[in-house]
Each structure stands twice: as structure tokens, then as C-alpha cells.
Design a protein around this ligand. Structure first.
Ligand code: GLY
Length: 338
């Protein structure tokens, strides 16, 4: 099945098909130099299989994890492209999760002012959310995504067969981002999470999430308005994520925690049981001062506070600026009392 993300001259197809990675040459232009960026947590057979379909492939495998979204690793990818004589007509392909997609996308955006970029996401998180919409970035000076560009891929291949290899915790991590979209935009999808076992409905959840995100990005590519709602759970989520002692938590797990304080009581009463059913933490042992300070350093913070996404009613959202006192108060909703 194909979805078409309509952004005028930056439009592209999202191909959703089990097994599509093995047929990538039917969808992507691989008869040129292709830098394949992957990480050492992704089965190496994925990048190697893709390389066999390329005329001149170069695989770059970065260490798994957020630390690879760095200027140093971005520089090493650009260097490899220079050393291998890449031209503006060549291409970069990401084969991996959100980190690989953001890093490879920014490399494609910046090399010679932009070469073709294809994304083949291999995790639930990247298949439901980060692989489409054109956000690319690396972290810098301890601030997430502070150096980057909006740079749309030329095509995205969603191979749902790849999810079979994922540990359950990785799947849950991605489902948290799908639940975020359901809460703000799609009461029916939220109902599916509530009434069914979401692990048994992955293809349906991926497609529904991609449809939501596509519609949002088509309305607001550069996050001037409605796209901000895709950051539901992220203000507190990023604060928790960057708090040193909690580095063991995955991004989606932090977003799940971050949604809880940003809901009405009515929404929270429905959200928390879903998170519990999925095995996600709903409280955490945290230092509110430290998490608050990380939130106020987020790139979305301004002098008057941080614009937060609130979900007062399932299927809808509001944007509200919150100052430090209000955020501090909200954090108490997820604070574990030992
Ligand atoms: N992941 C949120 C966005 O792409 O806007």
C-alpha cells in the first residue's frame, strides 16, 4: 500500500509492504553511489542485503544509541562521502531507527547542499513517526536536535516484516509514539489501544499513525502550528530523557511518562491503564528540579516558559505556554513516592 505525502515539489511516496526491503531496487534509484547508514543494533543483513541491490554501495555502521547523533559522527559520514567521491546526484539511505534516520537525513541535507535521501525505518518508533515529515538533526552541547534541517526524504519504505526481529520493549517504545498521536488526533485509534492488545495490531496501528502524521505534516511542514501537537508528551519526556541517572529509559518510554501530566483528569484515567497494560512506567523516581532545568534548556523553551501540548479530551489538543512553576507542579503527577 502506498501513501502519498503531498508537499508540492517535496512530495513523496510512503510504501508500506511486508518484505519491501528486499525489493528496494523496485522503488529507489540505486544505480549510483549510495551511502547506507545503519547502526550496530540493526541486523547487519538489512544493510548488506540493500547493498547488493546498489551499483556502488558504501555501508557506514555507527554505534547504536542517541550518542551517535553527534557532530563528530555526522562529520565522519560527510568525510566518507568526500573520500568516496560522492556527487550531488548520489544518494544516502537510512536503514535503522530514529537515531539513524535523523543522522543520515541531516548528512543528506548538508552534503553539497542536499543529495537524495531515502529512509527505510526498522523500528516501530521510526515506522510510525520519525521516518516521515523531514525532521533531521544531531545533538550539540547537550541539547537534543539543536543542529538540523527540515529535509524531506525522496521515498520511505516501511517493511513491517522487520518488526518481527524486535524485542518487545522496542515495540512498546514505538507504540508510545503512536498512542501520542491517537490521543491528540484519533479517538478511534485510541479506542483500539484501550480495547485490544496493541501488539496484535501493529500493521493497523502503523498505517493509522502514518495517516495522522501525513495529514499533520501536509498542513504544517515546518511546525508553525498544528505539527507542535506531535510533541505531546515530549516537553517532560525530553526533560526526563536528558536527566543523567535516567539514561536507561528509551525515548518512547520517556514520552509515555511525559504525556501523563499534560492530560485532563478524564484523559489520564483512560491513558494510564493503557500504559500499564503495555508495561510502560507511569511514575518515576525523579529530581523535579533537575528535570525542570533540562526542560527549560530545551530548544522549544522561550523566556516566558515552554509551549506545551495539552490533551483535555481524546482526539483533540491545546497548546499552552507554561512557566517553570506550572511545569514543576505538573511533574508531581509522575513522581514516584517511595
Ligand atoms: N516526531 C514529531 C514530528 O515529526 O514533528
Amino acid at each position: 500500500m502506498n501513501l502519498y505525502l503531498d508537499l508540492k515539489e517535496n512530495s513523496y511516496d510512503i510504501v508500506i509492504e511486508p518484505g519491501v526491503l528486499s525489493r528496494a531496487d523496485q522503488h529507489l534509484r540505486l544505480d549510483r553511489k549510495v551511502l547506507i547508514v545503519t547502526d550496530d543494533g540493526v541486523p547487519s543483513a538489512y544493510a548488506e542485503g540493500l547493498a547488493k541491490l546498489c551499483r556502488e554501495p558504501f555501508i557506514m555502521t555507527v554505534p547504536q544509541g542517541e550518542d551517535s547523533k553527534s557532530i563528530r559522527i555526522w562529520e565522519s559520514l560527510l568525510k566518507a562521502m568526500l573520500e568516496h567521491g560522492f556527487k550531488r546526484t548520489d544518494a544516502v539511505v537510512a536503514v535503522g531507527g530514529g537515531v539513524v534516520g535523523d543522522l543520515a537525513g541531516f548528512t543528506a541535507a548538508s552534503f553539497m547542499r542536499g543529495v537524495d535521501f531515502y529512509n527505510i525505518p526498522t523500528t516501530v518508533l521510526s515506522q510510525v513517526d520519525s521516518s516521515i515529515g523531514g525532521k533531521t538533526a544531531v545533538n550539540f552541547c547537550g541539547i537534543k536536535n539543536i543542529v538540523g534541517a527540515f529535509y524531506q526524504p525522496k521515498k520511505v519504505l516501511i517493511d513491517t516484516d522487520l518488526l518481527q526481529a524486535l524485542p518487545r520493549r522496542q515495540i512498546t517504545n514505538g507504540l508510545a509514539e503512536a498512542l501520542k498521536m491517537a490521543a491528540c488526533f484519533d479517538a478511534d485509534l485510541f479506542g483500539l489501544f484501550e480495547q485490544e492488545d496493541p501488539f496484535c495490531h501493529l500493521p493497523q496501528i502503523i498505517e493509522a499513525s502514518l495517516r495522522i502524521k501525513k495529514a499533520v505534516v501536509e498542513k504544517d511542514e515546518k511546525e508553525g502550528g498544528i505539527r507542535k501537537a506531535l510533541n505531546f508528551g515530549h516537553t517532560i519526556g525530553h526533560g526526563v530523557e536528558s536527566f543523567e541517572q535516567l539514561h536507561g529509559l528509551y525515548h518512547g518510554e520517556c514520552v509515555a511518562l511525559g504525556m501523563i501530566p499534560m492530560c485532563s483528569e478524564e484523559v489520564r484515567e483512560r491513558l494510564v491503564p493503557i500504559l500499564e497494560k503495555m508495561g510502560l512506567a507511569t511514575t518515576i523516581d525523579l529530581d523535579r528540579e533537575k528535570v525542570l532545568s533540562a526542560m527549560l534548556h530545551d530548544k522549544k523553551a522561550t523566556e516566558g516558559g515552554v509551549t506545551c501540548v495539552l490533551c483535555e479530551k481524546i482526539g483533540s489538543f491545546e497548546l499552552k505556554k507554561m512557566d517553570a512553576d506550572a511545569l514543576f507542579e505538573r511533574l508531581s503527577k509522575i513522581e514516584k513516592h517511595l
